[in-house]
Each structure stands twice: as C-alpha cells, then as structure tokens.
Design a protein around this ligand. Structure first.
Ligand SMILES: Cc1ncc(COP(=O)(O)O)c(C=O)c1O
Length: 370
C-alpha cells in the first residue's frame, strides 16, 4: 500500500495515555486507609467524587456537577430532572448517537426527529418547525466534538418553553465564542469512556447552572445518603431503593481528577494536528472534512469526513478511515419505526449517513509524549 502523506498528522498515542500522576493518585487513594478514611468508603466529605465534581464544574463554567458511571446515565438523569414523562415530546437530531432513545422508551416519551445542518449537528431552523405545545425537552448533540448552534437553540427552548439538554459526551473542550459547551443548556452530559477526551475507564458527568436540576438529578441517580448530605430541599429526597444505579466508582473520580491538568495541552496538540490533516484532505480533494472543521471551538471527539466515492483511495485516505459512525438515521431505524412509527424526512441527516466516513481515534492524535 502507498504510504499515506497524512500519517504524521494522524500519529497517535495509545489511549488513554499512561500518566504517572494518575498511577500515583490511584496508589495514594488506595493507601489512604493507612492514614485516614478509605477512598472506597465514598461517603466522607473530602471524597474524590466531590472534588472531581467541583473541578469539572469549573472546567465547563457550570455551577453544579453530578458524577455518574456513564455519559448515558447523565443523559437519563437530565431527562428525569427536566421532568420528561409519558406523552412528552423530546426533539432530537436524526443524525447522532441514539442511545437516549432507550430512555425515551422507558419514560414513555415521544422522540421528534429534527434535521441537522451542514456540520451534522442539530439545525435550529428544523427544531423551530418541530416545536408543539407538547414539547418538553430539546436535546442537542455536539457531534464528534463539533459544537451545535447553542445560542439559537437556547432562544427556541426559552420561547417554547422547553428544557434544553446538551449531549456533550464526545465534546469536552468544545467552545462557542470562547464559552464551553455544557454551559448553554439547562443540563448537559459528558462521557469519560475509553475513547473520550477525559478517559476514566467508564464514567460521566451531568452539569447544570440550576440547583433544583442538580438536586433532582441527584435524587434520581445517587444514593439517598449522598442526597441527604448535599440537598437543600430534603422534601424532594428519593424513596429508598427507587433511585437509578448511576453512582460513579470513586477510583474513576480519582483518575479523572488527576487527568484534568493534561486536558489543555492535549486539546492544543490534537487541534493542531487534525487541522493540518483536514487541510491536507481538502488539498487532496478526495474527501471533504465536515463544515466547521476549522472552527476554533472544535474539540475533535472524532474526525468526520464526507465523500461521494464509496471506494477509499489508499493514496489519500488514512487506512483507519471507516464507514460510519451513524449509518442509518435515527428516524429510519427499525426499532424506532416499530415503537413510534414514521417521521417526516430529514434530508440532511439522511444524506450525511450516505456520505459519512470517520476516523474514530481522533482524541488520541496528540503525538508522542516527550
Ligand atoms: C454523543 C454521545 N452520547 C452519549 C454517549 C454515551 O456515553 P457513555 O458510553 O459514557 O454512556 C456517547 C458515547 O460514545 C456519545 O458519543
């Protein structure tokens, strides 16, 4: 095979990269019972979960954060805290990671699929057309680290009114005019899974500016003891045993906390490399990076490109460029059709599924560590 001229830009680390400071933090946390409270006890006021939540809230300019055991769990808690229930309509993009549908099914809520724009994120114009008096929530996905149009979506949600949720699971570090994603919605979800910007093994975070939303999420997905320690409205306390099992493992919080200081340098290295790679792809002309690839607020959760040509030319394309990631628009999936019936067309999302190719390891493109 002809060596790809793009290879130097796509040079990547094993992911997650080995950080001695993470290993030391885990060792220190597990050694603590010799000197004080065990990290595995998980209920002391200085436990790493509290520290991770407060550090993460600062990172994304949010007032409150609740750590969970996955990004999907944070999305579910956002829906619950937003009061989504039976018969409520939830507007979401027809292109994206569709795991939230399982929670809409469980809540007996109704997904309303809106189209995406040229960046393949939720299109505010399409959302505005889908709003009805039954709209309870709007979910925007920051697809592969590319920020969705949050200011316009915020206006639509306020006018509806609807609870605005950001799925920022693949977009930690993305910004809009310098403001971090996660700070625009009524709640936002982040993921700390294996291919994410802040890998903790597994984990997630719900963030919000609203104490009532934070407490409602905590009531729905934390241990009642934790809720009792933090909540100012104990009347909203969950009944024992009726909360969702979404607590983060304390060692995932230790790992997250020790990894946060590396994020800014990783972001800079990744942006530099993937911009160069996109520039070269454009010059080669065989595939086009997605609209907005040069946006300084892009967090590069993955590299998405589009091509009309289903044959992949080894002279220009990275060997790892694959079909996907969405393939079938959400409103056309068999399970969705069986559960909720047909939806109006979403031509841009449908076209995106035809043209998409992706390079999933983009977060690992930080080059070699010195
Ligand atoms: C856009 C998006 N939403 C939600 C999730 C779910 O996150 P998790 O795997 O942590 O549950 C992912 C995971 O890849 C994602 O990319």
């Amino acid at each position: 095979m002809i060596a790809s001229p793009l290879a130097p830009f796509a040079e990547r680390q094993a992911w997650p990269p080995y950080l001695p400071e993470v290993a030391e933090a885990v060792f220190a946390a597990l050694s603590a019972p010799l000197t004080g409270t065990s990290v595995l006890d998980g209920v002391s006021d200085d436990d790493p979960i509290n520290a991770f939540e407060s550090r993460f809230a600062d990172l994304v300019d949010a007032r409150f954060a609740l750590a969970t055991n996955s990004g999907a769990a944070a999305l579910h808690l956002a829906l619950l805290a937003g009061g989504v229930g039976p018969g409520d309509e939830v507007i979401l993009p027809a292109y994206g990671w569709g795991q939230i549908l399982v929670f809409l099914d469980a809540l007996d809520a109704v997904p309303v699929f809106a189209d995406v724009d040229a960046s393949w994120c939720l299109d505010p114009a399409s959302v505005a057309e889908r709003v009805t008096p039954r709209t309870r929530a709007i979910v925007a996905i920051h697809v592969a680290g590319r920020p969705a149009s949050m200011p316009a979506l915020r206006e639509i949600a306020d006018a509806a009114p609807a609870f605005l949720i950001e799925d920022a699971c693949s977009a930690l570090g993305a910004t809009i005019a310098g403001r971090p994603v996660g700070s625009f919605g009524d709640a936002a979800a982040f993921s700390f899974g294996p291919r994410k910007h802040l890998p903790c093994g597994e984990g997630g975070m719900l963030v919000t500016h609203d104490r009532a939303v934070w407490e409602a999420a905590m009531a729905a997905g934390s241990h009642p003891h934790r809720f009792a320690r933090h909540a100012r409205t104990p009347a909203a306390a969950p009944n024992h045993e009726t909360f969702w099992p979404y607590r983060i493992h304390p060692l995932a919080a230790v790992i997250g906390l020790a990894t946060v200081p590396s994020l800014a340098a990783w972001h800079a290295a990744r942006s530099h490399r993937l911009r160069r790679l996109c520039q070269t792809l454009l010059e080669e002309g065989a595939v086009a990076p997605l609209a907005g690839w040069n946006d300084p607020g892009h967090a590069w959760g993955a590299l998405l490109v589009q091509t009309e040509d289903p044959r992949e030319s080894p002279s220009v394309l990275l060997p790892d460029l694959r079909p996907g990631p969405v393939r079938v628009p959400l409103h056309r999936r068999p399970g969705v059709l069986a559960r909720w019936g047909t939806s109006p067309p979403c031509p841009v999302a449908e076209n995106a599924c035809r043209l998409e190719r992706w390079f999933p390891d983009a977060v690992a493109c930080i080059g070699s560590r010195p």
